[in-house]
Design a protein around this ligand. Structure first.
Ligand code: IFM
Length: 451
């Protein structure tokens, strides 16, 4: 039997996000968000689902914290809904909204679980979208105003902060592809959004440092190695652009304080307006990070297709690969590859895997269990990839499974389940899946056992 022992103090956690689990969208003064609005538009979300009730975590957080304790989690990553703190995005603060997070943090600490707080996981107050959303240059200051309030209320007890979750998705899925809120389809807007998100991030980290807050602060990016498929010179060019679009456009400003030249050139050639950044703004963006959070699900394969504007690349799925029920290829080696790249190419000093997991169709058995062998296998393979990267000297300090609970999976509504805990969305009953029980064993032995 092989045992893969993780380093002492390795952090084992699980993650959720406010709109995906909380529900209670009209309670205690919470303001409307872009996701509340987006879900109302017919045809956008499978089955017309919304996050109105979701996992009802807002009312059931105590029960959920007990489940986390039962699993032995060292940390719980959750996000704060900006519109619970500032219903209009700016101005009047809602003390009731803040209280929910104060209580949640207290409950976690009582259970010996470290809170890891994401300040922004996509649920922008609608009032902010009404003045242009992240395309508005003032948004960085509004975000700072919001962050300061959260720091003031929770800063004495929270020691792990993440400014933004997956700015790529906010910018490009929300503002170019339009398949996430707010549903805009304009590439230049998406680039502006990405830039303003980064200014918001940078200003917040700067404030965190200047006010000498205790703990650590970072950001979470979704990263994927890209591969040419099939391999050819033409497809290799597509791979480089696809890599620039998702990976380098987000890593380079943070680490090297510049945007990738080849992408700027490509975008200019396509008449796309590039944000007006200068040395000063890049200094703000490239604040020192305590850690980089990465969300990893799969690699992506691309071929050149000149009709696909503006990247001239088309995603393909190699038929020899296994996929999840979302048709995401299962490519654990890619996680190791990306981790090594972060160390060697970008010199990142500390990494948390802030999300990793898989969606599969789950069935509740007659014995009232969920035997999700495929998810367990997915997690096992990816944890082994993390193990190998650590052995090669990559400073990975923790791993959060996505997700603690089955939840509202954005455009897929409740049809796509990522949880290690099953949620019956009619009764709100929770059942710890086989993958959850297996993950609890990993936590208990601080490693993985091959059996
Ligand atoms: O559910 C999402 C999460 O909100 C962000 N990262 C990817 C997950 C799975 O799609």
């Amino acid at each position: 039997m092989d045992i893969y022992q993780f380093p002492k103090n390795f952090l084992w956690g699980s993650a959720t996000a406010s709109y995906q689990v909380e529900g209670a969208v009209k309670e205690d003064g919470r303001g409307e968000t872009i996701w509340d609005r987006y879900c109302k538009c017919p045809g956008r979300i499978k089955n017309g689902d919304t996050g109105e009730i979701a996992c009802d975590h807002y009312h059931r957080y105590k029960e959920d914290v007990q489940l986390m304790k039962q699993l032995g989690l060292g940390s719980y990553r959750f996000s704060i809904a900006w519109s619970r703190i500032l219903p209009e995005g700016t101005g009047k603060v809602s003390e009731e909204g803040i209280q929910f997070y104060v209580d949640l943090v207290d409950e976690l600490l009582k259970a010996g679980i470290e809170p890891c707080v994401t300040l922004y996981h996509w649920d922008l107050p609608q009032a902010m979208q009404d003045i242009g959303g992240w395309a508005n240059p003032k948004m960085a200051d509004y975000f700072l105003e919001y962050s300061k309030i959260v720091f003031e209320k929770l800063g004495s007890r929270v020691r792990k902060w993440i400014t933004l979750n997956e700015p790529y998705c906010v910018a490009f899925l929300g503002n170019f592809e339009g398949r996430q809120a707010p549903g805009i389809q304009d590439f230049s807007t998406a680039l502006q959004v990405a830039y303003h998100l980064y200014l918001a991030h940078g200003k917040t980290v700067k404030y965190f440092r200047e006010s000498q807050m205790a703990g650590e602060i970072g950001i979470t990016l979704n990263l994927m190695p890209r591969h040419a498929y099939p391999k050819s010179e033409e497809n290799e060019q597509a791979r480089v652009w696809a890599d620039g679009y998702l990976n380098r456009w987000f890593l380079d400003p943070l680490i090297f304080k510049r945007y990738p030249e080849d992408m700027i050139e490509l975008y200019r050639k396509k008449q796309i307006k590039i944000p007006d950044f200068d040395k000063k703004s890049m200094e703000i963006i490239g604040q020192d990070l305590d850690f980089l959070g990465i969300n990893y699900y799969n690699d992506q394969f691309v071929k050149r297709n000149e009709t696909c504007w503006p990247l001239e690349t088309e995603p393909v799925i190699p038929p020899e690969l296994q996929v999840t029920d979302r048709e995401w290829p299962i490519t654990p080696d890619g996680l190791e590859e990306m981790l090594i790249r972060l160390k060697t190419e970008y010199g990142v000093k500390k990494i948390y895997i802030t999300e990793n997991g898989a969606s599969f169709q789950d069935v509740v058995t007659e014995e009232h269990t969920v035997e999700d062998a495929a998810r367990k296998e997915y997690l096992r393979k990816h944890l082994k990839a993390v193990y190998r990267a650590i052995q090669k000297g990559v400073p990975v300090k923790g791993y959060y499974v996505w997700s603690l609970l089955d939840n509202f999976e954005w455009g897929f509504g409740y049809t796509s389940r990522f949880g290690i805990i099953y949620v019956d969305f009619h009764t709100q009953e929770r059942i710890v899946k086989a993958s959850g029980k297996w993950f609890a064993k990993c936590i208990a032995m601080n490693g993985i056992r091959e059996d």
